[in-house]
Design a protein around this ligand. Sequence first.
Ligand SMILES: Nc1ncnc2c1ncn2[C@@H]1O[C@H](COP(=O)(O)OP(=O)(O)OP(=O)(O)O)[C@@H](O)[C@H]1O
Ligand SMILES: [Mg+2]
Length: 267
Amino acid sequence: MIKIKDLKFQYSGTNFYALNNINIEIPKGKYIAILGHNGSGKSTLSKILVGLYKPTEGTVELDGILISKENLKKIRKKIGIVFQNPDNQFIGASVEDDIAFGLENKRLSRKEMKKKVIFYAKKVNMENHLNKEPQNLSGGQKQRVAIASTLALDPPIIIFDEVTSMLDPKGKEEVLNIIKEIQYNREKTLISITHNMNEAIMADILMVFSNGKLVASGDPQSIFANKKIVKLAKIDAPFIYKVSEALKNKGINPTYDKNKLIGDICK
Ligand SMILES: Nc1ncnc2c1ncn2[C@@H]1O[C@H](COP(=O)(O)OP(=O)(O)OP(=O)(O)O)[C@@H](O)[C@H]1O
Ligand SMILES: [Mg+2]
């Protein structure tokens, strides 16, 4: 679904590559978590994936379409993004308008459109705020509307760039449940850039960035077992992983089925 080949990216006015020789292939329907210290290049990658920045070298394809100026319209149909800061992500005058915005090209009747808007507003628990102006919402509420607007566009690939970092614990949990639901249904290829280790361990594939390079990619458990990577990326293994390792040291071999865990939460 996503094919990144020999990608390099340098911001103008800098003398280093923010992304240096990245090669990644992501299959359809997978849930990818990306970890990495501040400045490691995660957001730069997400902006390249949505066509906001042009690679300095190398190529990126989404579903067989090369990301280029000419293909931008096609690319925008393939991928949706939600940024860390929900400000400046709004187009509509009300929450309802904002969620509806992406649906306007879909030739739906007014009734169908309204039904869809309510459906996505409910998904993010914002159905009681449809008439409010987005500017007057709290940070967490804004973020949830931004997520609903992106989901309403129904792109096959979604990127969440640290969407939970500005949310309170309840907001974080709600967004995490949306992520789990997307993953459980296997409808979309989901890339979630996160500093939340409890989220990272749920992913199908965990990718770790450090200083513009992809330093690890694979099953989250085996990555957290690699002390060198954990140190290099300035990350800390999640609590559930540490508990299971401690039990193993005591001769108990605990197992937790990631997919079952996700399934239970989505029921
Ligand atoms: N507009 C810009 N102009 C110049 N350099 C930039 C620009 N944006 C980012 N950078 C630099 O590029 C590198 C990668 O930044 P990026 O925002 O991709 O990091 P990140 O991994 O998303 O970090 P964080 O976890 O803090 O969000 C950093 O060294 C950063 O200072
Ligand atoms: Mg970032």
